[in-house]
Every structure is written in C-alpha cells, then in structure tokens.
Design a binder for this molecule. Structure first.
Ligand SMILES: NC(=O)c1ccc[n+]([C@@H]2O[C@H](COP(=O)([O-])OP(=O)(O)OC[C@H]3O[C@@H](n4cnc5c(N)ncnc54)[C@H](O)[C@@H]3O)[C@@H](O)[C@H]2O)c1
Ligand SMILES: N[C@@H](CCO)C(=O)O
Ligand code: NA
Length: 437
C-alpha cells in the first residue's frame, strides 16, 4: 500500500439481498469512495453458499466467488470482512476469527450481536480491530452512529421506536383496511415485505434483537435478546385495532428501552418489545408501511427522531458501506475506534416492574353494581382509572377503560382477576398504551 496505489481489500460474506446491493453500490461509487477513504476499496472475494447460482448480473468477475468463507477470511491480503449472511453459526466463528486476527468487521447480523455482542467486542479489542454494525438496526437509518458517537456527551433516557418494517406494514394495513392479522400478513407476503417464514418478524424476535443492541449502546450496559421482554403481533385482532380507533389511537409494535430511576436514585433499565396503542397525533403513528422510526430522548439534546427505510437491499447496503468507509479510514491511519463501553452495568428490570398504562375493552352484563365491581378490581391493585366509557346494547354493555400509569404486574394481575368476574362476559381487547392520550 504505497503512494497513489493504496488499496484496501474486502472479503464479502454473503451475496443475498444485502450482499448483492453492497457489490452494486461499491461498483457505482467506487471512484468517490476511493477519494473519500484515500485508498481504493477492492473486493478480494465473495463467499456464497452455492457457486452454481448465476450471478452474471453483478459487476464482479466470476473468479471472486468462493464457497470457502474461512479461507477467504484468513487470506493475508484481506483487510476488512463484511458479513451479510446472518444467523448465529457459522457467522460467530467467522467474525471471531476475523477480529482476533486484526481484520475489521462490518456486519448486519442483529441476531449474533444481540446474543454475543460482548464476545465480539472482546475479540475486536484483542485483535486491535474495528467492529461496526450500523445496518443491524433500522437498516439504512443512521442510528447507531449517533448513539455511539454524536450523543456520547449526553445522557440518554429513552429509546422508543418502530424497528421492524414487516410488522409495521401489517399493522398499517390492518389499521387502514380493517383487515385481520392473517389477511394483512398474506398481503405483506404477496408484496414481498414478509419472508416465507415470518416468525422472526411477527413474533417480535427481530425487534427484540434490535432492542438489545439499542439498549446496550444507549445505556452502556450489556443487554442480550434474552433480557428483552417480547410479545409479537400474531394475537392482534381487527377488534383491537378498532378499539384503538375509538380512543383516537393506532396499534404499533414498539421497541422501548428506558432508563428507570428509583426514588433512592438507583438506576436500572427496562427493555421491551410489544404491541401498543399510541395516539394518532404521536409522530410514530404517522410512520406507516414498511418504514422505521426511532425516538431518542437525551437529557441535553431533548427529543430526536430518526426516520427512514429500515430494510431492503439498497438502504441496508448504504449503512454497510458507510461503516466500511469508517473502518477503512481507521486501517489507513492505524487506529481503531474505541470499543462500545459497558461500564454502567445497570440491572435489567423485568416487565412486571415497568411503568405502563393499559387499555381494556370488556363486554359486561349491564346491571347494577357491575361498574363498581370492575372498578374495585383496579382499586385492589392500586391501579387508578383514567377514563371509562360505557355503551349499552341489550342486556350487555361494552366498557372501555384506560388506566393511569402503574407497574405492569399490577395491571396484568387486574386483567386476570377481571377475566374471572361473573359479570365480565368477555375481554374484547387488552393492550398497553404509550404516548400522551
Ligand atoms: N434484507 C434486509 O432488509 C436486511 C436489513 C437489515 C439487516 N439485514 C441483515 O443482513 C443479513 C443478510 O440479510 P439478507 O436479507 O441479505 O439475507 P439473504 O438471505 O438474502 O442473504 C444471505 C445470503 O447468505 C448466503 N449464505 C448462507 N449461508 C452461507 C454460508 N455458509 N456461506 C456463504 N454464504 C451463505 C445465502 O445463500 C444468502 O444468499 C442478515 O443478518 C439480516 O438480518 C437484512
Ligand atoms: N425483517 C426486518 C428486516 C430489517 O431488519 C424487517 O422487517 O424490518
Ligand atoms: Na441503521
């Protein structure tokens, strides 16, 4: 690497939706990136699962493809490893090997980071390499960069947002058409938003992994996916969405990572992913289709919102290449970025200790004393009711209750007891409420 001809060589692992767009973007912007970095970025090899697939549409010579990722990683002329395969294994082995040998890594692998981010950080420190992963959360939206750099002088109190495009598409469709979950999922699949196996998205695993990554960075505390309370959207019904509408809300799958401070000043964090009703006037309510948006609240900066495309080959490739430019510059100047810190080691609180608000819609018998019986269950748990609305029809009535904030455990035990009351014929909808209603 001397004079005008400096070159940095990249090993690309994976050539699917994201990998193929990384190749195209690198080809398209190659000259500019060389000027920005101060060295030409060249692909040394591309690891794929099957060499027989026709990839002649990609602007790279066929001899670059290999089905032996580890040998590619170990090559002496490789400076940076880009991993866009996904999954825990064998990606974990590849990235640990690359980092320990001093090769910087750029990855989009949220599942691995949320499970074993600490081991990857340790390997990066051991090898003196960089570990960058902007693409792993909210795809093309610059979010981890601001959290790990721009906001480092501040103190983050909350990160709340929509970090899964598939579920946001489904919930937006349910809201605009009145469709049930199954019908909206079918539409999302037909349009290519939902994968053939949508479990990771609709059950909230994808969002929970992202929540863990966001919480770790925001609160300087190791948080893994297993620490995140998770509920998906498969149980959301058209009745839930209609019920939200009656109180001026819409339903969103939210990722919430929050700093909690007790009266004695003890700090902890709560990290959760679940559907929630939010007021239609809330900025997150206007985030429709497959878009993502994340609110960050910090002591000095106040409220910030990041919005854009959280998925798709091209936006995600933008985030990957942004990271490649950063680690390439470090390589040239012989520095590495500081590791993500986890000095705070805050305890992660269980969901029962989160302070939430509930919306309940109940079908009750319309007779004397029923409202009092329902209200008394809330009182027993120390939960204060904020609004209650009753509409009679025949012998029955629909009771819509919105509570004030209370510990989640108190709210859920109240719901359990209400389900057992004789006068409660059916619980039509129960959901947490976020944002000022
Ligand atoms: N697609 C998106 O919108 C998006 C957004 C953000 C992050 N990500 C993340 O990016 C990563 C890649 O996602 P994708 O959508 O491109 O997936 P994809 O399934 O389209 O591509 C993955 C590729 O890796 C290949 N592969 C599997 N095992 C391999 C092996 N052992 N060796 C070499 N190649 C192997 C597969 O054949 C496939 O072509 C995942 O971690 C994903 O979570 C994707
Ligand atoms: N499946 C994810 C892709 C981006 O991580 C989503 O729907 O948002
Ligand atoms: Na991002």
């Amino acid at each position: 690497m001397t004079g005008q001809k400096r070159v940095l060589r990249l090993a690309l692992l994976g050539c699917g939706t994201v990998g193929s767009e990384v190749i195209r973007l690198l080809h398209r912007n190659g000259d500019e990136l060389a000027a920005r970095v101060g060295a030409r970025l060249e692909i040394a090899g591309i690891a794929v699962r099957r060499l027989t697939v026709d990839r002649s549409d990609l602007p790279v010579p066929a001899e670059l493809f290999t089905d032996d990722p580890m040998s590619l990683i170990e090559r002496d002329d490789v400076d940076v490893v880009i991993e866009v395969v996904g999954g825990l294994e064998p990606a974990r082995d590849w990235l640990l090997a690359a980092l320990k040998s001093g090769k910087s890594v750029v990855t989009a692998n949220k599942a691995l980071l949320a499970e074993d981010g600490a081991a990857l950080q340790a390997a990066a420190a051991e090898g003196g390499a960089d570990l960058y992963y902007e693409a792993s959360v909210a795809g093309g939206i610059p979010l981890l960069g601001p959290l790990r750099e721009s906001l480092h002088g501040d103190r983050i109190t909350r990160v709340m947002g929509i970090v899964n495009g598939t579920t946001n598409f489904i919930l937006s469709a349910m809201d605009s058409t009145g469709a049930g979950f199954g019908e909206a999922l079918e539409e999302a699949t037909a349009l290519g938003y939902a994968e053939a196996d949508p479990t990771a998205d609709v059950e909230g695993y994808d969002a929970a992994a992202k929540a863990a990554i966001l919480a770790s960075l925001a609160f300087h505390t190791p948080v893994t996916a297993a620490d995140v309370y998770r509920e998906g959207i498969t149980e959301i019904t058209a009745a839930d969405v209609a019920s939200a509408r009656t109180i001026g809300c819409t339903v969103k799958l939210l990722c919430i990572a929050q700093r909690q401070v007790d009266a004695d000043g003890t700090e902890s964090v709560g990290v959760r992913v679940h559907p929630a009703m939010i007021p239609r006037s809330h900025p997150l309510a206007g985030v429709t289709g497959a878009f993502n948006a994340v609110f960050v609240e910090a002591d000095a900066a106040g409220e910030l919102m990041f919005y854009g495309r959280g998925a798709g080959g091209s936006p995600t490739a933008s985030a990957v290449l942004g990271d490649v430019v950063a680690v390439a510059r470090h390589k040239l100047t012989g520095v590495r970025s500081a590791s993500d810190t986890s000095y705070a080691l805050l305890p992660v609180r269980p969901i029962g200790e989160a302070i939430t608000r509930y919306h309940l819609s109940l079908e009750v018998a319309d007779r004397a004393g029923v409202l009092a019986a329902v209200a008394s269950e809330f009182a027993t748990s120390g939960v204060s009711i904020r609004t209650v609305k009753q509409e009679g029809h025949g012998d029955d009535a629909t009771l819509v209750v919105v509570t004030h904030a209370a510990p989640d455990a108190a709210l859920s035990s109240t719901v359990d007891r209400l389900r057992r009351l004789d006068s409660v014929r059916k619980v039509l909808s129960v959901m947490r409420v976020e944002g000022e209603t």
